[in-house]
Design a protein around this ligand. Structure first.
Ligand code: NAP
Length: 255
């Protein structure tokens, strides 16, 4: 249960090795935090993250559970198991996601569907399982890592953008559906963030880093915001871009 200062006692991350999510965890953990659960698809590989975080975040105990975003039938049981182990889920971050190679995704039906399975379908089943738990508890905050790529889908990476648009629309509706239950959803729309997901890519204008995203998420959670853009000016930029006429939008040199 969060205390009056809004400090979570338990934090769970789906996509537990995400650089952005781990920066958020580091930013949000306080001496009151007792349990951090990283739900990852490669538990053995994630052991090094657990060890480092355990040392950094003590007295919070960091544990790992196996999680595959595409195994959506397993998500309700997994959420129940985590809650049995750590108690109420105060803060949950959905961070699982893949970027893929845009050129391949644009022409490969199977690769595109697989990306949707992780970014969108897995997000829906995971977040709904979490929301059901939040309803039982009567509280809980869910942070969903969306993307500005979903705000208006660019031709250069339309499959990834569309997968994030689906996740984002779902998260908006879920936040509305949870109104009055004590639970809430924060949608985070970062632009280009320098993590291993974007390694080797040329940074886009207004590129940012995981710590800046974490700082913005911390401020948004305490301000009870529902949607944020990171960095903030992307909100105003995209409020213009999303209304541009199609012929102009398609000609913009957006990667
Ligand atoms: N970096 C950016 O520029 C940027 C911008 C906007 C939004 N985002 C979104 O922010 C989120 C985190 O991204 P990041 O930059 O922190 O990248 P990251 O470090 O690569 O994190 C992605 C996470 O998703 C996990 N994942 C991938 N496929 C999975 C699957 N099938 N089942 C379970 N987990 C799976 C990865 O696990 P493994 O360690 O096993 O690969 C990793 O933990 C993503 O949803 C991304 O789309 C990123």
């Amino acid at each position: 249960m969060r205390n009056a200062m809004g400090e979570p006692q338990t934090i769970v991350v789906f996509g537990g090795t995400s650089e952005i999510a781990l920066a958020i965890v580091r930013r949000l953990v306080t001496p009151r935090t007792s349990q951090v659960v990283l739900a990852c698809r490669d538990v053995d590989g994630a052991e090094r993250y657990r060890e480092t975080l355990n040392a950094q975040l003590a007295p919070a105990a960091v544990s790992l559970v196996s999680y595959e975003a595409r195994s959506y039938a397993s998500h309700p049981e997994l959420v129940a198991e985590i809650a049995d182990r750590v108690g109420d889920l105060d803060l949950v971050i959905f961070a699982a996601g893949v970027l893929g190679r845009a050129e391949q995704l644009a022409v490969d039906p199977v690769a595109a569907a697989e990306l949707f399975e992780v970014n969108t379908v897995g997000g829906v089943s995971t977040c709904l399982a979490v929301a059901n738990r939040f309803r039982e508890q009567g509280h809980g905050q869910l942070v969903v890592l969306s993307s500005v790529a979903g705000e208006r889908v660019r031709r250069a990476n339309f499959v990834y953008g569309a997968s994030k648009a689906g996740l984002d629309a779902f998260a908006q509706g879920l936040g509305d559906a949870l109104e009055g239950t004590g639970a809430s959803v924060l949608i985070v729309r970062p632009g280009f963030v320098t993590t291993r997901m974007t390694e080797g890519m040329e940074p886009a204008p207004l590129a940012t880093d995981p710590d800046s995203v974490a700082e913005a998420v911390a401020a948004a959670l305490s301000g009870r915001k529902r949607t944020i853009w990171v960095p903030g000016p992307l909100r105003w930029l995209f409020s213009v871009l999303r209304h541009l006429p199609g012929p102009i939008w398609r000609r913009l040199p957006l990667k």
